[in-house]
Design a protein around this ligand. Structure first.
Ligand SMILES: Cc1cc2nc3c(=O)[nH]c(=O)nc-3n(C[C@H](O)[C@H](O)[C@H](O)COP(=O)(O)O)c2cc1C
Length: 197
């Protein structure tokens, strides 16, 4: 296996971190890798908001949990089932609202990534950018996890502290830090490949 493929295989969604802060140079390096992602018509629509203030991370985590719970309680059953499938981890976390940092898992750095609300390719562009960030982090000895719940940050009281323009929407956040767990890889489905002769 070459180094790139090894990095892809070794990356895991890590949800336990030690307290050690991450050097700014490393944060810059992973974001540079994010910037190297492809984007539709080369719009490079991403903006990065890096949070390292422990108190603010914890506060936002609590506010996002509450906002997400409130949004989820308003959802119709079909949408709810879809959400449970994609964010399956919620079902394992019935105490979601009580956890100290249920959303950002105690990570020392959170990178919110936004895109203009008008960008029809936002999810794809930011998805590619996010994967670059996570693979770069992995290659530098850092762990990471994509946090889809972070999009609820827009519904929190502390959102304005991030200074994100009205015209932007938060697509995802990536948490990074020094991991203190090594989750086993999840089984990958194999019945999804079709060669058309
Ligand atoms: C778009 C997206 C949103 C996700 N949101 C969350 C989240 O909010 N919280 C979380 O703990 N994990 C989240 N994850 C991580 C997935 O649960 C994880 O990637 C998946 O279980 C596979 O595990 P692996 O990344 O270790 O291979 C998200 C992943 C993706 C791609």
């Amino acid at each position: 296996m070459n180094e790139t493929i090894k990095t892809i295989y070794e990356r895991r969604a890590v949800r336990k971190y030690d307290e050690r802060p991450i050097e700014k140079a490393l944060i810059n390096e992973v974001i540079e890798a994010g910037r190297m992602a492809p984007s539709a018509i080369n719009m490079q629509p991403w903006k990065f908001y890096v949070l390292t203030n422990k108190e603010l991370i914890k506060r936002l985590s609590k506010e996002i949990s509450r906002a997400a719970a409130s949004e989820i309680s308003k959802m119709k059953i079909r949408k709810l089932m879809k959400l449970a499938a994609s964010f399956f981890y919620l079902s394992h976390r019935l105490d979601f609202l009580k956890l100290e940092d249920a959303v950002f898992h105690g990570a020392p750095a959170v990178i919110f990534i936004s895109s203009p609300k008008t960008n029809e390719w936002a999810d794809l562009d930011i998805g590619m950018c996010s994967q670059n960030i996570m693979l770069a982090a992995q290659s530098l000895g850092l762990a990471s996890c994509p946090i889809g719940f972070a999009k609820y940050v827009e519904k929190t009281k502390s959102y304005k502290k991030l200074g994100i323009a009205e015209t932007e929407q938060v697509i995802i956040a990536i948490i990074i830090g020094y991991g203190v767990e090594k989750p086993e890889p999840k089984i990958r489905l194999k019945d999804n490949l079709f060669f058309i002769e």
